[in-house]
Design a protein around this ligand. Structure first.
Ligand code: GDP
Ligand code: MG
Length: 440
């Protein structure tokens, strides 16, 4: 979905004069892409009308940044689609809440239950986990392991086969123990089948959850709408969590899940570990969907690694128009504290070659190599905001000086150009929008 939308916008970018016809073509392309991702037709139709209303062609003809107006309209419409206009139940520490997780087997329920519990535990809640999955062999062990690691009380059984009975026992017990957030993990089976939905209905009826969270694997693509709808029809789904956002999927299915459940996405899962769990941010998500990379997320991460006193300097340097080699050098240096996977998965166009999955070690070595090469450059080269093309003989000298080969120098410069483009975008965007206030 992201690819097709980006493609449509790019096509638009190549058209110098934007008239009604090219706008329509662009919108049709996006409409087809959204429909093929099972986003409901009325929603897409709505989006199309809204964009046409926002984008006044006469304004466009007069104004200067036509592409930006259209891109922003698409952007804000997609954000709108992710907002069902309904607030979600949030647990309170003053009164025990029951939260039930539903979703197909493998979606990530058990993992996400623990992440959700852990997230709230860090905020001072007293969570507890109940394993009402009596279908999958080892389900209780898995939950037990996760819970033990996070020091969260748990309840389940190896022998009882009635999920409703366990769910009720668990919820009752933890209410008595004054837990304020009781989380019920359920079974998923491998297919959407009537008996599963009946089971969900019964567990919900017996435990009366304050919130039912539908967990969806971001990579299921086309199946998202039907799957979400099927769960919504048997239990009162009130929120969505999208998992495995660390993988290749951009998560277009989230639009469908929101449309089908009329509920907001509240968190995303970004890894197998307990703390790889982020509060959902529509803007960040849509940026990623559109292939722009996660700029605001990136800035947050930079904030975490760039010392406070250097942050303003960095922003200043960037806003002066220059992403210099030296800035890249400094960034590489600060990044040595950061799991690279995290940072690089956020930079558009880079992750694939600089940061292939499972090659973090090599990538770190590569970055170190780049830094060695930069050590052999002159201050002038490092500080130029528009480094001139390096001649072959100059590259050979740099390679020799750093004990590397010319192809590695070229590779480093190529990486620099990509990053410069990315940061150029930050600069091109309104700085105050792209960066959090504390960095300005
Ligand atoms: P369940 O059947 O719905 O309970 O799913 P599980 O919680 O057992 O998860 C299925 C698999 O997906 C496990 O191997 C998890 O480690 C993995 N998983 C869950 N969430 C994520 C995520 O956000 N990212 C990644 N990479 N893996 C995940
Ligand atoms: Mg499970």
């Amino acid at each position: 979905l992201g690819r097709r939308i980006t493609c449509a916008i790019r096509k638009m970018n190549n058209v110098t004069i934007i008239d009604e016809k090219s706008l329509n073509e662009c919108l049709n392309e996006i409409t087809r892409a959204l429909l093929q991702s099972d986003v409901s037709f009325p929603l897409v139709k709505n989006m199309q009308t809204n964009i046409k209303n926002i984008v006044n062609l006469q304004d466009l003809a007069a104004g200067h940044n036509k592409r930006k107006i259209i891109e922003q309209a698409i952007f804000s419409e997609l954000c709108q689609m992710l907002d069902p206009g309904k607030s979600v139940f949030t647990p309170k520490k003053t009164k025990p809440s029951v939260v039930m997780f539903v979703g197909l087997q493998g979606a990530g329920k058990t993992t996400t239950c623990t992440k959700y519990a852990y997230h709230h535990q860090k905020k001072g809640f007293k969570p507890a986990l109940v394993c009402a999955d009596t279908f999958r062999a080892g389900a209780f062990d898995q939950l037990k392991q996760n819970a033990t690691k996070a020091k969260i009380p748990f309840y389940g059984s190896y022998t009882e086969s009635d999920p409703v009975k366990i769910a009720v026992e668990g919820v009752d017990r933890f209410k008595k123990e004054n837990c304020d957030l009781i989380i019920v993990d359920t079974s998923g089976r491998h297919k959407q089948e009537a008996s599963l939905f009946e089971e969900m209905r019964q567990v919900a009826e017996a435990t009366k959850p304050d919130l039912v969270i539908f967990v969806m694997d971001s990579s299921i693509g086309q199946a998202a709408f039907d799957q979400a709808q099927a769960f919504k029809q048997s239990v009162a789904v009130g929120a969505v969590i999208i998992t495995k956002m660390d993988g290749h999927a951009k998560g277009g299915g989230a639009l469908s899940a929101v449309a089908a459940t009329k509920s907001p996405v509240i968190f995303i899962g970004t890894g197998e570990h307990m703390d790889e769990f982020d509060v959902f941010e529509a803007k960040t998500f849509v940026s990623r969907l559109l292939g722009k990379g996660d700029l605001s997320g990136l800035v947050d991460k930079l904030q975490a690694v760039v010392p406070k006193e250097q942050q303003t300097k960095l922003v200043e340097k960037l806003s002066q128009g220059g992403f210099t080699l030296r800035i890249m050098y400094d960034q590489f240096q600060s990044m040595s504290n950061l799991p690279l996977k995290e940072l690089y998965s956020m930079l558009p166009g880079i992750s694939a070659d600089l940061m292939p999955k499972g090659h973090e070690q090599e990538s770190r070595a590569k970055i170190k190599r780049y830094m060695t090469i930069m050590d052999s450059m002159t201050n002038e080269e490092l500080d130029s905001s528009n480094p001139k093309v390096f001649s072959e003989s100059r590259m050979m000298r740099i390679a020799r000086g750093s004990g590397r080969v010319v192809s590695e120098v070229m590779e480093m410069l190529k990486e620099y150009k990509k990053l410069a483009t990315t940061f150029g975008k930050v600069k091109g965007q309104n700085m105050s929008k792209a960066l959090p206030p504390q960095m300005l």
